[in-house]
Design a protein around this ligand. Structure first.
Ligand code: PEP
Ligand code: MN
Length: 360
């Protein structure tokens, strides 16, 4: 697949002067619930109503979706509100049912994108239709797997394509439910600038309070849209209760978000500059995070040295670290002098930390 303008033609056809907004509950629960949310989203920036009908759960026993019955509710919501509809499909049978119920956009879930067999099965099932397909990133941070899934649809003749960034699983618990790993969608955007890129802040955050900031970062990185889980009573939602927001909160958010419009040469320059600055900010966050993690381990070593009555400064080990980092720096086009400066500062701070631990 190559980058082509046609990839974004479906998005341009919306004719929006703001990013595409897809909103709706994690799961369709009842007909009343879905219709109520759809009506609350009508006449807002939201163009597409989302609702999970079949819910892939990491562990069994949680609400697994209402099944095909919910497709009728989606259809009714569309008739009553004029919103387009989207749902997740995870096999060929889901595709057949969704097509029969006139669902406008099909999305591929993160647990499906990881499986080329299933993605291929779904691609065969949508062949010959003019559906819009949005592919969520796979649960694991693998750009090739994500692109591979998109390419399977492209090869099946589907050109109305887009991707949804919903973050990546980590074993280690972080402030996110799914780590954003912004570098992955940024790389994807650099290779396919015309492939619409949509943020799903709900599944990245796992909780309401960081959704806004995630959306702002995405808009600063020139994302094309947002998919946000919304429910009139988030706390009592049957799935993903902690991360859903009300349609009213969403409406306020879309007003407060700063959206950069690209017009004229100067605007284009500022736009590119801001995008790169946002990329740098994200890397700076990572540097601080890693330095913090490094220092925590250093504290652990301090405690161990104290217990065993060992001196803080061990010159041999320090020279080894420095030598390794100078070589590593060379490979990353960083001058020796610069690497030395940074590592001397890190080492000094490590010693300060260990002194503190030992004297406690
Ligand atoms: C969802 O959108 O409700 C969902 C299950 O998402 P994901 O596939 O990203 O986990
Ligand atoms: Mn969900």
């Amino acid at each position: 697949m190559e980058n082509k303008k046609e990839l974004r033609s479906w998005l341009d056809a919306f004719g929006l002067n703001h990013p595409l907004v897809i909103a709706g509950p994690c799961s369709a629960e009842t007909e009343e619930q879905l219709l109520k949310i759809a009506h609350q989203l009508k006449d807002t920036d939201t163009s597409v109503l989302r609702a999970g009908i079949w819910k892939p759960r990491t562990r069994p026993g949680n609400f697994e979706g209402v099944g095909a019955l919910g497709l009728k509710w989606l259809q009714r919501a569309k008739e009553e509100t004029g919103l387009l509809t989207t749902t997740e499909v995870a096999n060929a049978n889901h595709v057949d049912l969704a097509l029969k119920h006139d669902v406008d956009i099909l999305w591929i879930g993160a647990r499906t994108t990881v499986s080329p067999f299933i993605v291929q099965e779904i691609a065969e099932a949508v062949k010959g239709t003019d559906k819009i397909i949005l592919v969520k990133n796979p649960v694991n941070p693998d750009l090739a797997l994500w692109l591979g899934a998109v390419e399977r649809f492209y090869t099946a003749g589907i050109t109305k394509l887009g991707v949804i960034h919903r973050g990546f699983s980590t074993y280690e618990k972080t402030r996110y439910r799914n780590n954003p790993e912004w570098q992955i969608p940024i790389d994807l955007q650099n290779t396919f600038p015309d492939l619409p890129l949509i943020l799903d802040p709900s599944h990245i955050a796992g909780k309401r309070d960081i959704i806004f900031d995630l959306c702002q970062t995405a808009l600063d990185l020139n994302y094309d849209g947002l998919m946000i889980e919304t429910h009139f009573d988030p706390d009592n939602a049957w799935s993903d209760a902690k991360q859903q927001i009300t349609p009213r909160a969403l409406d306020k958010m879309t007003v407060d978000l700063k959206i950069r419009k690209v017009e004229g040469d100067e605007a284009e320059f500022n736009n590119q500059l801001n995008t790169m600055r946002t990329q740098i900010d994200l890397i700076d966050d990572q540097i601080m995070d890693m330095l913090g993690k490094r220092m925590k381990i250093v504290d652990g070593i301090g405690a161990l040295k104290k217990k065993n009555n060992v001196a803080i400064l061990q010159v041999k080990r320090w020279n080894e670290v420095l030598g390794r980092m100078i070589l590593e720096g060379e490979q990353n086009k960083l001058r020796e002098e610069f690497v030395l400066k940074i590592y001397k500062a890190i080492h000094q701070e490590s010693i300060n930390h260990q002194k503190k631990v030992i004297n406690e």
